[in-house]
Design a protein around this ligand. Structure first.
Ligand SMILES: [Zn+2]
Length: 351
């Protein structure tokens, strides 16, 4: 199906046509939502110009795509998805995409390139079948992400950019000033040979505000961003990598990013590793950690954060976490809609 019929079909199926075209344009804010895909990736960004970007699309099966579409069409009032970025080819990151494409037009898809060959290298895998909806879904244009790729975004009063820091294990050159790393070489762990290692990592900038999302980038590959030179900027808001698993989240990378606030897209029984929570707690500038879910594994008695910072403390709810960045990028507010509880933080480089 070409792009145009997809557009017509999408408009026909979405009941939100009477809503305003954009929630962002009216207030000049940049909005981010962590839609709940219970341990998948599904971060929706809406710019002040009303452009939408979804970084990863949750799992297949209707649940996650419905939650993403609810925020996109009803909360943000949008009729299309301008950019879908798939950080890597695991089902909890691309699985909901075809279901979204069946409901709204997706203008651009950005990934590391997809074929019928299993990206994890497994023989006799179900990959050709499970990936087919994603590989064949109707979209406007498909793009292969490269280190340094910048997603084209409409400029408003406050400069905005979303750029790729690393993908397929290759760091970008020249995006940020390079600093020599001190100390000894970073400690490595057993390699993860799956496609997690090829995840693309992104920095969203809006004025002085910076947000980091690295999909499921793994521990050893993370060190390429901080050794022997530090190639990442300091950021305000960190999406905790890989749902908070300890095969990711190298302390040297987190120290270099030096965030003020972290958000973990964990599930009730996925992510939230004790080692990662301890690393986050030890960061010098960190003011707050958020989680989508209370960790319900047996280790949840110790490996959790206070309920006041968790979007879903009880079974059966699927509240997103929302961040609204002020029109000048100088402050940002995180809301847990269940409350609602809103807390406001100051962008680091404005202090
Ligand atoms: Zn994942």
């Amino acid at each position: 199906m070409s792009f145009l019929p997809a557009l017509v079909l999408g408009l026909a199926l979405i009941p939100a046509l009477t809503l305003p075209l954009s929630a962002g344009k009216a207030d000049g804010k940049l909005d981010l939502w962590w839609c709940d895909s219970e341990g998948g990736g599904s971060t929706l960004i809406v710019t002040p110009e009303g452009e939408s970007l979804l970084i990863d699309s949750g799992n297949p099966g209707g649940r996650d795509s419905a939650r993403i579409l609810r925020v996109l069409t009803q909360t943000a009032g949008l009729r299309q998805l301008d950019h879908l970025i798939v950080t890597h080819l695991h089902i909890d990151h691309f699985g909901g995409a075809a279901e979204i494409a069946a409901q709204v037009p997706i203008r651009h898809v950005w990934d590391n390139g997809v074929s019928d060959a299993d990206p994890d290298g497994n023989r006799n895998s179900t990959w050709p079948l499970t990936s087919k909806p994603y590989r064949t879904m109707p979209v406007g244009q498909r793009h292969r992400v490269e280190p340094g790729t910048a997603i084209p975004l409409q400029a408003g009063k406050t400069p905005i950019s979303l750029r790729c820091l690393i993908t397929r294990q290759q760091p970008a050159e020249g995006l940020y000033p390079v600093r020599k790393a001190g100390g000894s070489a970073p400690v490595l762990k057993a390699p993860d040979s799956s496609d997690n290692a090829n995840s693309s990592a992104w920095v969203l900038e809006f004025g002085n505000f910076r947000f980091f999302d690295a999909g499921d980038l793994t521990w050893n590959v993370e060190t390429r961003l901080v050794w022997p030179e530090i190639r990442v900027p300091e950021v305000d808001l960190l999406q905790v990598t890989h749902h908070g698993l300890d095969v990711s989240n190298h302390p040297r990378l987190l120290a270099a990013l030096n965030p003020t606030v972290s958000v973990m897209n964990n599930g009730p029984t996925k992510g939230t590793a004790g080692e990662v929570l301890a690393t986050l707690r030890g960061l010098p500038r960190l003011e707050a950690q958020y989680q989508l879910h209370r960790n319900r594994r047996p280790d949840g008695a110790t490996n959790n954060i206070p309920d006041a910072f968790i979007a879903n403390t009880q079974p059966g709810t699927a509240h997103p976490i929302h961040c609204a960045v002020a029109p000048d990028g100088g402050t940002y507010s995180i809301t847990l809609p269940a409350g609602p509880v809103t807390r406001t933080y100051t962008t680091a480089r404005r202090r």
